[in-house]
Ligand binder design. Structure first.
Ligand SMILES: [Zn+2]
Length: 76
């Protein structure tokens, strides 16, 4: 019956926006330079959507970055 579990402990492997696997290279024991997020710049507008209490705790996932680009490209 507890709905606050997600907020209680932030999982660094989960996207703060959709809760999906962010596939961060660091969490898999690899270098930051091999992470997909180095190649795909995270849009500032997307970073601003991350709730303040979760900012800097977990990476945004590739799916949310792609969705954001689709959203902004569609324009009107
Ligand atoms: Zn996501």
């Amino acid at each position: 019956m507890r709905e606050d579990k997600y907020d209680a402990d932030v999982d660094p492997s989960r996207c703060p926006l959709c809760g999906g696997d962010n596939r961060c290279a660091i969490l898999q024991g690899a270098e930051i330079d091999s992470c997909w997020c180095r190649a795909a710049a995270i849009p500032r507008g997307l970073l601003e959507r991350v709730p303040a209490e979760r900012a800097g705790q977990a990476c945004i996932c590739a799916a949310c970055v792609a969705a954001y680009h689709r959203e902004t490209a569609t324009g009107r």
